[in-house]
Design a binder for this molecule. Sequence first.
Ligand code: ZN
Length: 173
Amino acid sequence: MMSLRRLLSPPSKTRKRRILGGDRNYKKSNAITTLEFGISKEAQYLAQTLLESSSEEARQKIGDALLDELADLAGVDIVRLKISSAHQYHKKRNGRVVYKQYGYYKPGTKYIYINNRTAVRGQIIAPKTFLDTLLHEWMHHYDHVKLGLNSIHTSGFYERIRDLKYKLNSAGL
Ligand SMILES: [Zn+2]
């Protein structure tokens, strides 16, 4: 899940203990910092094209094509994209947005869901936000189907995303 949290209070002890518990899942997720597959020019082109798109139709088409390509490259099951034009799910506290959700992926559903509009004003989200969300949710999918992980937000998880973005931007150029 990709979300912005403005933490008004530190994580509860229970949550912290669960995440930092040193279990095998956490250690494995943290230890893998790069992706074992290469990125194609096609994937780079699609990522770039996505950064120039704004309409739901274009994002749907290019997003699905990029997910297709990533699945081929990584040798994993394809996951489809569902774009919602509804405003982002969000929570307010004292009139301020304290939580908003850009998108999510649930293992087993074979779909990545992305809200194409901002939480409060309902504007189309920025291309970079859209691409970031797509790659973030896809990494949860990769974690699940390829690495056999319960995909959590470890620093290794973010390293894998960084590696993917780096390769999409610069490999082969
Ligand atoms: Zn996430």
